[in-house]
Write a protein that binds this ligand. Structure first.
Ligand SMILES: Cc1ncc(COP(=O)(O)O)c(C=O)c1O
Length: 443
């Protein structure tokens, strides 16, 4: 199923490229030429067999659908807190200065478009692994690491998946936290793995449910795969402490489970890679565990449209050479790397400031409920913990995931007070006043 969608995307890409080419070559009748030139099943009136007519369709991605809805919303007060992408204090996408600098450098190098080695750009792969494991331990474990360039975090999980599924020393059971990023289920179930969910979050305590987490690990069959968030759990923002990670690691080792780290948000805890990679390094360096890491540079380098990442083992490849080169420039050059760490601080500090500001305003407004959980969470996302009956979109044009996860990067000085007021008003409208409750209790 996944590969069908992928193929359609490729055809669409090809179609666009072909159209552009024909437009340049034949001013005017580009449409007619296009139709004739494309594979028959793309043309609307084609009589040929359509092999994909009966293909099962995937549901729309909820967050992308929400973003499209928000784009079409003409309200001047609309706020998009749905998509987890960084925006600056004016609400604009931010091209990281380190990325701009690396891009300019590359432009001067007059690069060719030669094939990369099958596993991707060697210097990028090495630098990504070094960043994850730390310079010292990377030097020590380097001969035992296999890294493959990937299409960002999603592609990286797709690389890890088939390898895991076909590996006879692992069973096909994949344990995934509940809640989680919805694609975890899609990726692994579409690969034929048996997906098992475990309760990660305690909604009453608005915190990580460590007991249930450990119980799940103890009950998992040996050789099962556990998907772990290296940091900044999506959507809850609740991560284990370092001591809790140690406990988790011990059980994983004892039960002979295989940890697959999703590392999509490295660097978002005010610019600190050592803390964000603690779990990976502890498992591999201290416990001597084998592990896989799906690394993404989408969020932390702001390369949302291009998708750069690495699987620390894998197989497939698509040509994202230029972006891998940008990432490699940044990771390998001490000046650019320092600059990037500053960029990460810019992003994570603004996110922390907005998290705190929203919290302060909710408390000041007297928004019903407690909000401490919100400032205890980590990363780019905030898990408000609102119930489904709180509808912010229809009335206030505020877009957020159904599970009340917000992208804090969508907040800024101009809209945070509005969002806080909207949440407060929605909650006040949803929760009965004391008099109403008293009245109800007499009925
Ligand atoms: C937990 C998690 N993993 C992976 C990804 C995928 O990121 P990418 O854009 O790098 O594919 C996301 C994106 O939102 C995510 O939240």
């Amino acid at each position: 199923m996944a590969s069908f969608l992928w193929d359609s995307a490729c055809f669409y890409d090809l179609a666009l490229k072909a159209e552009q080419k024909f437009k340049t070559l034949n001013s005017g009748s580009s449409k007619t030429l296009m139709r004739r030139s494309l594979p028959l099943h793309i043309g609307k009136r084609s009589q040929s067999v359509c092999f994909f007519a009966a293909a099962p369709r995937l549901p729309k991605d909820a967050i992308f659908a929400l973003t499209a809805e928000c784009r079409d919303d003409l309200s001047p007060v609309k706020v998009n807190l749905g998509q987890g992408s960084y925006h600056d204090e004016n609400g604009f996408p931010w091209v990281l200065p380190a990325v701009c600098r690396a891009r300019r450098r590359l432009a001067r190098l007059d690069l060719d478009h030669e094939y990369l080695p099958i596993l991707g750009l060697p210097e990028f792969r090495a630098a990504a692994a070094e960043l994850v494991f730390g310079t010292e331990s990377y030097a020590a474990i380097r001969p035992r690491i296999a890294t493959c360039q990937s299409l960002s975090g999603t592609g990286s999980l797709h690389l890890a998946g088939p390898l895991i599924r076909n590996c006879s020393s692992l069973n096909r059971q994949v344990w995934i936290s509940e809640p989680t990023w919805s694609n975890h289920h899609l990726v692994f179930s579409s690969l034929g793995c048996q997906v098992r969910a475990f309760r990660y979050y305690n909604p009453e305590a608005k915190a990580l449910d460590m007991n249930s987490y450990l119980d799940a690990l103890r009950s998992a069959e040996p050789k099962s795969i556990i998907i772990l968030y290296a940091c900044a759990h999506n959507p809850t923002g609740c991560d284990p402490t370092q001591d809790q990670w140690k406990e988790i690691g011990e059980i994983i080792k004892e039960r002979q489970l295989f940890p697959l780290f999703d590392a999509a948000y490295l660097g978002f805890r005010p610019g600190n890679f050592n803390k964000d990679t603690f779990s990976i390094r502890y498992f591999v360096n201290n416990l001597g565990l084998e592990a896989a890491v799906a690394v993404s540079f989408t969020k932390n380098m702001g390369l949302y449209g291009e998708r750069v990442g690495a699987t620390i083992f894998g197989q497939v490849r698509r040509d994202c050479t230029e972006l891998a080169k940008i990432a490699a420039q940044i990771l390998r050059d001490p000046f650019l790397r320092k600059m990037w760490f500053e960029d990460l601080k810019t992003m994570s500090n603004r996110i922390s400031l907005m998290r705190k500001t929203l919290y302060n305003l909710l408390v000041k407004n007297g928004a019903p409920g407690t909000w401490d959980h919100f400032v205890q969470q980590l990363g780019m996302l905030g898990f408000l913990g609102l119930t489904h009956d709180v509808v912010l979109t229809d009335q206030y044009h505020i877009y957020l995931a159904d599970n009340s996860r917000i992208s804090i990067a969508g907040l800024n000085e101009s809209n945070v007070a509005y969002v806080a007021r909207a949440i407060t008003e929605c909650l006040q409208a949803a929760s009965p006043t004391e008099e109403m409750s008293a009245l109800a209790s007499h009925l």
